[in-house]
Design a protein around this ligand. Sequence first.
Ligand SMILES: [Zn+2]
Length: 492
Amino acid sequence: MSKWQRKIWALVIACVLTVAIVLSVVGLGKLTQPTVYLTALQTAAQDAGTINLDCHYSENNHTLAVKQVTTYRNHTNRSLSAVKFYLYANAYQKDARYPAVAKNEISRAYPNDFDAGYVKVTTPHTILGETDNTVVTVPLTKALSPEQSVDITLEYTIKLPNVKHRLGYTKNTVNLGNFYAIPVVYDNDWDIYPYSSNGDPFYNEAYNFDVTFHAPAGYIVAASGEQVGDNHYRGYLLRDFAIVLSRDFNVISRAVGDTMVNYYYLNDPIPEISLYTASNALAYFSGQFIDYPYSTLAVVQTDFLHGGMEYGALVYISLDVTDQLQYQTVIVHEIAHQWWYGLVGNNQNATAWIDEGLAEYSTAAFFEDHPQYGKTLTATAEDNLNTIKMFENIMDEYKVPYTRQMLLGLLGYKSSSEYTVNTYARGMLLFYNITTMVGHKNLNHALGKFAAAHCFQFGDSYTLISTLEAELGHDLINYINNYLAGKETPML
Ligand SMILES: [Zn+2]
């Protein structure tokens, strides 16, 4: 290198250093900082749609004003000219054909007589209709090709009913379950189902959520997602996003691995035990099936007509459950749904036996492996068999026809007892009988494989049966199909 070349190089290096110093001072140096690594959940979430909600709750008139922006991805193989969403608040309107609450439960559900709930959509060019106006259709200005995304804005105001239900308020709590506009699943067409007072009439894809929630001062907010700022919550790949409000919540928490379990309660004589049960259930199912992927789990005691209700990373436990063992059982059952309904979705309208049968079986397996509760797997199976026998004896006595079919769909069952017997009791026994062949640990392991294969997606009867056959090395298809068709008398 000549003297001149050395001088030129020295000049170049000096210039580069000067530019680097200037850039770092003015902030552009940030570009060279290492990238923030995404968690496994955030990485998996990148392909999912996103729902942004900006919510304002008014206590005086019990209304919730929502501005929703959905980043909708067309996962179908055809071009779409419109997108449909459920707005379930209209299932609470007066004279609904498919009401949220069955006629014979109105007095128990409504503390102050029937009170209507409904929703008003203010976004122009949208069409509210179908099954009690629970579906809003949003025409797209430009056809949406497969795998393309579009941002859809919807503004609406929900009048909450005064009811102990998924969506409603009481003097104790405000339940906001299934409140926002939920994208309808598209298989060969839009899968529209009417609401049903039997079971959980839902079939949801997993979405990412970014939620701003404004409540009047003094409210404690339990939400599906993690709190990331003032009034700001975020969740990834959740099957639903639910919120419960109360001025009176006590909150205790316990860490389980990377998850914080938060127990919101109003009246529990043994809150530490309830939190312990919830934490143990989360740890047990994570160990037996697949890891719970979310950073929080909210267990929320609230006014609710039934024992409990499952949402993404949040469960309702009813204030009406006063028996201590039953209360702990509801906690475990609802947490089991985080795997069966939550991580592995299913069409709960058509195959409730999957999520309820598996939640009941998983709960019984939890108790089998936690003898301190004094409830063995076999004892739970016997209880279920007795429930079925009692139901059938009473129906026979009064000469009322009934079904043993497990695949009728929610509206195919004539009463809540007929639905419960066929999905919960018969569902649990279906899985229990498999444990008598292979043992519950092996069944749990096979269910873990099923969960891993369909996590954040959907499972169905076929994929469940074929996974169990492959993992357990037993020919189960005839046994299960006969059982689902009601042709096999439950045995122990
Ligand atoms: Zn359940």
